[in-house]
Design a binder for this molecule. Structure first.
Ligand SMILES: C[S@@+](CC[C@H](N)C(=O)[O-])C[C@H]1O[C@@H](n2cnc3c(N)ncnc32)[C@H](O)[C@@H]1O
Length: 138
């Protein structure tokens, strides 16, 4: 079956299975210069610049919609020292995200919600200071 025919939650399962393999890390290093675990076209410098515009501080709470394996989200949490919440449909991505947060030592400031962005979000209003959503398409 073509991946585009898969239900959204399963669409990236095959890719996420090997996402942190030596080969995939090497491909990301060669493609982006700096491997931050992104599954999008965002580079580390671009993310530093754009999150700089958000004025994030240690006390900020960042929301990442469609966080995937949480590379950009955990990168921002680790670099800024803020808190972050990721919302994502794929269970495989969430497993990778938890492992990445633990490997960076940011799990205390990191929260994940398994949810479909096409449905009402399971989040309380006004609990975030900034939001990002990188390359999230159907
Ligand atoms: C191309 S990846 C980008 C991941 C991440 N933003 C990054 O930059 O590395 C897109 C992600 O959006 C998720 N996604 C797509 N549609 C979604 C939906 N309706 N609800 C929740 N997540 C969704 C996919 O499962 C996938 O992990």
């Amino acid at each position: 079956m073509d991946a585009s025919n898969e239900p959204p939650a399963n669409r990236y399962e095959a890719l996420y299975r090997d996402f942190d393999s030596t080969l995939m890390r090497r491909i990301r290093r060669e493609a982006y210069g700096e491997d931050i675990g992104q599954h999008s076209w965002v580079g580390a410098d671009e993310l530093r610049r754009d999150t700089g515009h958000l004025g994030l501080t240690h006390s900020s709470r960042l929301l990442d919609l469609g966080c995937g394996p949480c590379g950009p989200l955990t990168f921002v949490i680790a670099s800024v020292g803020c808190s972050g919440t990721g919302v994502e449909l794929s269970a495989a991505a969430l497993r990778l995200g938890r492992a990445r947060a633990a490997s960076l030592g940011v799990e205390a400031r990191f929260t994940l919600r398994e949810a479909d962005l096409d449905a009402p979000l399971p989040l309380e209003p006004r609990q975030f200071d900034a939001a990002m959503s990188l390359d999230v398409t159907r």
